[in-house]
Design a protein around this ligand. Structure first.
Ligand SMILES: Cc1cc2nc3c(=O)[nH]c(=O)nc-3n(C[C@H](O)[C@H](O)[C@H](O)COP(=O)(O)OP(=O)(O)OC[C@H]3O[C@@H](n4cnc5c(N)ncnc54)[C@H](O)[C@@H]3O)c2cc1C
Length: 253
């Protein structure tokens, strides 16, 4: 058995499109905080363990009840691991890390923040679903704005879960954005541009606020880089563990 891994078992799969799926994996002991990631691994034909980081989509409470970790994964046909994960079936074994890792967690959000912006692209939505479904998380904020940008409408995963939460918690606003097609009721464009031209704020009717806003950015590094630059141009500071700021980022590659 490999030192930093345990063996899990696939219990559920859902395909959102040809190249996007959610998977649940049963593992007996995997402590984590909402928003964290773990490693998944499989041996390739050359007997090498290919391992990659994946954010956990379900909440720690859900894990306690089910002993399952949920992930949402995009299949990169040229990639080494994601095509193998795509082929896994219920009952198949998969290597899973021993515990959650990463600092994009609720406890890192400064206590002064009462307006939380969660900005994601693609599968970068996952850690935000984990936070939003954690009991008591949304109630901590006056306003929570969840932005999910994807290429196509079919990539807007977990829409029903989010809409269900938004109907229970009026302070939660959901903003789906697609960039490669026009969809009724869905914004089009890219996150950095929509912040730069203030269209995002007008669409939700909430303005970014120097005193009370905190932003988490997650997913595509180009979105993270350009959005960080737009925020810095507006005077917002990157959050550091030693010095509280306005925004913090997690890059997926
Ligand atoms: C902290 C962290 C959390 C992550 N969480 C997730 C997650 O929840 N879901 C997920 O699908 N991936 C996630 N990733 C990316 C994941 O670790 C792998 O890089 C990805 O699955 C590709 O692995 P691969 O071996 O198939 O491709 P590789 O051979 O490693 O090729 C990597 C290439 O795939 C592309 N790529 C990687 N990740 C993505 C992505 N998410 N969306 C679009 N293109 C991508 C990039 O072009 C990158 O250069 C995360 C990465 C990090 C660092």
């Amino acid at each position: 058995m490999l030192k930093s891994f345990q063996i899990g078992c696939v219990t559920f799969k859902r395909y959102w499109s040809d190249s996007l799926f959610s998977i649940r994996i049963k593992v007996d002991n995997h402590p984590f905080n909402a928003g964290q990631f773990t490693k998944l691994g499989l041996f390739n034909s050359g007997e090498e363990l290919i391992r990659r980081a994946y954010s956990i989509v379900n909440s720690p409470q859900d894990y306690q009840q089910t002993s399952e970790l949920e992930f949402v994964i995009v299949t990169d046909l040229n990639g080494k691991l994601s095509p193998q994960l795509h082929l896994l079936e219920v009952g198949d074994p998969v290597y899973v890390g021993l515990e959650g890792a990463g600092y994009m967690v609720p406890t890192e959000i400064p206590d002064t923040a009462s307006q939380l912006w969660l900005l994601s692209t693609g599968t970068g939505l996952g850690p935000f679903i984990s936070m939003l479904t954690e009991v008591g998380f949304i109630e901590r904020y006056q306003q929570v704005i969840l932005v999910h940008a994807a290429r196509f409408e079919s990539d807007l995963t977990y829409k029903e879960v989010i809409e269900g939460l938004a109907s229970r918690y009026p302070q939660l606003k959901y903003v789906p954005i697609v960039s490669r097609e026009q969809v009724d009721g869905v914004m089009s464009g890219h996150i950095p541009d929509l912040i730069k031209n203030r269209e995002l704020e007008s669409a939700v009717g909430i303005n970014l606020d120097f005193e009370k806003s905190f932003l988490y950015l997650c997913g595509n590094p180009a979105m993270v880089r350009s959005t960080s630059a737009v925020l810095q141009d507006r005077g917002y500071h990157k959050h550091l563990r030693r010095k509280a700021g306005h925004f913090s980022c997690e890059n997926y590659w």
